[in-house]
Design a protein around this ligand. Structure first.
Ligand code: URA
Length: 112
């Protein structure tokens, strides 16, 4: 069962923390437990999103690709989160297109 979905809304909402993972968690609303959940995400979670995943004890994250941004997979794994990387070519292509079309936005998104 899908309990919520989300996408990056930093620009739309002028919200610096509205990464896709954060938007999905916000859309899910308050949950008593995340024990039985899996978070699916196109790219590897950044430090903020990984920290939130750890905070709410989400046990499993499935990542579309980690080639264009390796994020904080190690942090997740160190904290006992199962992180599965699909290395999905469509995700890589989508992220490469976004990053090359919007270099400033991408840099801002990952605080570089
Ligand atoms: O984890 C991340 C990193 C960048 N952008 C997102 O939406 N999420």
């Amino acid at each position: 069962m899908v309990i919520a979905s989300g996408h990056n809304e930093r620009v739309q909402n002028a919200d610096p923390i509205a990464h896709g993972e954060m938007s999905a968690l916000r859309a899910a609303g308050r949950q008593k437990s995340y024990r039985d959940t899996t978070l699916y995400t196109t790219l590897a979670p950044c430090a903020m999103c990984a920290g939130t995943i750890v905070q709410f004890k989400i046990p499993r994250v499935v990542v579309g690709e980690a080639r264009t941004f390796d994020g904080e997979l190690e942090l997740l794994r160190t904290r006992g989160v199962e992180a599965v990387v699909l290395d999905d070519q469509r995700s890589v292509d989508m992220m490469r297109t976004f990053q090359s079309d919007n270099p400033d936005l991408w840099a801002e998104d990952i605080a570089e």
